[in-house]
Design a protein around this ligand. Structure first.
Ligand code: ADE
Length: 226
């Protein structure tokens, strides 16, 4: 799988995508993540500008259609993308089912929004999907792109050593994950539930399921109504 990300702030994406599982998945050839600087596609050879004032006035700069068109067209010549995504608070809410779908669907191109927004013609003609990571406004789409990329990459088969572990994440099956513990079994009198020390696999699974249900009912009852 390949994920291309177009941004005006490539530095912002360097660190989050080069650690832990996402780094290992790249090192193992499961995913290739390539960050592109939109300014490289600017026609303004001097200042590499990619934004301009909004027609009709109003505060804030708007990302221009030309550099984005040039960047997306150049990348589309190399490969067919399953989705060309624009990060925006207006988009479909990012959640586990969408992460699952995107992890299986093929190569992705993510355009990070900035300033007041992008020229609407980009959204009308070049973008196939707009995604929001939550009902709040970020300074730019880079952190949203990093969040989505992380959630998608860890779902690629082989990215997580123990495959079971991605399947038992919170939100898979619309349930929160059960609590987990490690050694010591007793820390200053804070004890690990006996059942987990019993070695009885079936009973442990039943307990974990009950815990998941109880947690979900208490903390996220909305998930059970979906
Ligand atoms: N850009 C600004 N805010 C955003 C959000 N909540 N989700 C995705 N992209 C954004």
């Amino acid at each position: 799988m390949r994920i291309d990300i177009i941004t005006v702030l490539p530095e912002l994406l360097e660190s989050p995508l080069n650690h832990s599982i996402v780094k290992r998945a790249q090192d193992n050839g499961l995913v290739e993540i390539v960050v592109h600087n939109l300014r490289d596609y600017s026609q303004d050879k001097k200042h590499h500008r990619v934004d301009d004032y909004a027609f009709g006035g109003g505060a804030g700069m708007v990302m221009q259609v030309e550099p984005i068109f040039r960047a997306i067209t150049a990348l589309k010549e190399e490969r067919d993308y399953a989705e060309i995504i624009y990060t925006s608070p207006d988009g479909e809410k990012f959640a586990q089912p969408l992460a699952n779908r995107l992890s299986m669907g093929g190569d992705l191109l993510i355009l990070c929004g900035h300033y007041k927004g992008i020229d609407q013609r980009v959204r009308d003609h070049l973008i196939t999907k707009e995604i929001s990571i939550g009902d709040y406004v970020l300074t730019g789409g880079e952190l949203a792109a990093a969040v989505m990329t992380d959630a998608i990459v860890r779902l690629i088969p082989g990215a997580i050593g123990d495959e079971q572990s991605a399947l038992s994440d919170s939100f898979q099956d619309n349930l929160l994950a059960p609590p987990v513990y490690t050694r010591p079994a007793d820390f200053n009198g804070w004890k690990v539930p006996e059942i987990l020390l019993s070695g009885h696999e079936r009973k442990i699974h039943e307990w974990q399921f009950q815990q998941s249900m109880e947690r979900t009912k208490r903390l996220r009852p909305d998930l059970l109504n979906d």
